[in-house]
Design a protein around this ligand. Structure first.
Ligand code: ZN
Length: 299
């Protein structure tokens, strides 16, 4: 067992917080820490802050210990150039984040998409455990996805496997930072739904408020929420038709919306190419912990 003797450090770099975990070889948690991400201070500050949290975490290990480092980021790392692509923390885009972090830490590390980390963690220890092929979804401020195949993350030659957030489903839809229009992320992420509500009704409501309004029967919120459920169904139904996974696991803040598992699943069934679709669409089990544990295991 190549990695049996080493410790694992995982870092989940989010837009507002950065979390680190240190695991021993039995996956017991030796340390877990959360700091705020200096997003407003820009790229260099984020880089330094991630390096520091890794160095601080490693100081809890016995001197001379070998350890791996995995970092999950809200974006992907180009397999060819090593540059960050499609990050919704846009200051990371085009930066050699992994190489610069390796230079600061003086060791090889792995930087991967946070949705891949989420999917791996849920497959290993969460709602996706025991399923062969799992499509993991993060629906929060942004929207990402990852695919695990027999317990391993499938990366693909461009390392974009599972990136459904930027599947363009509406040519007349809102412009996305990736350069396309009507990406899944513009339709079913929290920020996407809020933005479309604002452009349609000229009023700013949070996703939480839109969901609460829909439950209370407010007509504008009901319309926005129905469109959200329908877009969820169309987007996920298409993925299921292509991949036919054994299970789908939903994560991110919006995965707590209970209607996704009832009326949302009905819409998925409507759009997927099978009239008796049985794919389990499951709520994550690890909650906010999935990203940081997945990063540790991916490292
Ligand atoms: Zn996009």
């Amino acid at each position: 067992m190549e990695n049996e003797q080493i410790y694992r450090i995982g870092v989940d770099l989010g837009g507002t917080k950065t979390e680190a975990v240190v695991l021993d070889r039995a996956d017991a948690v030796l340390l877990r820490e959360r700091r705020s991400t200096p997003l407003a201070e820009g790229y260099e500050a984020i880089l330094a802050s991630v390096a520091q949290i890794v160095l601080d975490a490693s100081s809890c290990l016995p001197p001379g210990s070998d350890y791996s480092v995995g970092v999950g980021i809200p974006g992907s790392v180009d397999a060819g150039t090593g540059l960050v692509r499609n990050a919704n923390s846009v200051c990371l885009i085009g930066r050699p984040f992994q190489a610069e972090l390796e230079r600061l830490l003086g060791r090889k590390i792995k930087v991967r998409n946070d949705a891949d980390c989420f999917t791996l963690a849920e497959c290993r220890n969460g709602a996706g455990a025991g399923y062969g092929v799992v499509f993991g979804v993060i629906m929060g401020t942004g929207c990402g996805g990852g695919i695990c195949w027999q317990g391993e993350v499938r990366e693909g030659p461009h390392r974009i496997c599972g990136e459904w957030g930027h599947l363009s489903v509406d040519p007349l839809g809102a412009a996305c930072y990736c350069g396309n229009r009507g990406c899944v992320e513009t339709k079913i992420s929290g920020s996407g739904v809020e933005k479309s509500f604002r452009s349609r009704y000229g009023e700013s409501l949070s996703m939480e408020r839109i969901v609460a309004g829909a439950r209370a029967g407010e007509p504008r919120c009901c319309a926005a929420f129905e469109a959200f459920l329908d877009d969820f169904g169309r987007s996920l139904g298409g993925v299921i038709s292509i991949l036919d996974p054994d299970a789908v696991v939903l994560g991110g803040g919006l995965s707590n919306i209970e209607e996704l598992y009832s009326r949302g699943v009905e819409r998925v069934r409507h759009y997927a190419f099978h009239n008796d679709l049985r794919t389990p669409i499951l709520k994550n089990r690890l909650g906010d912990s999935a990203g940081v544990f997945g990063a540790a295991w991916i490292g």
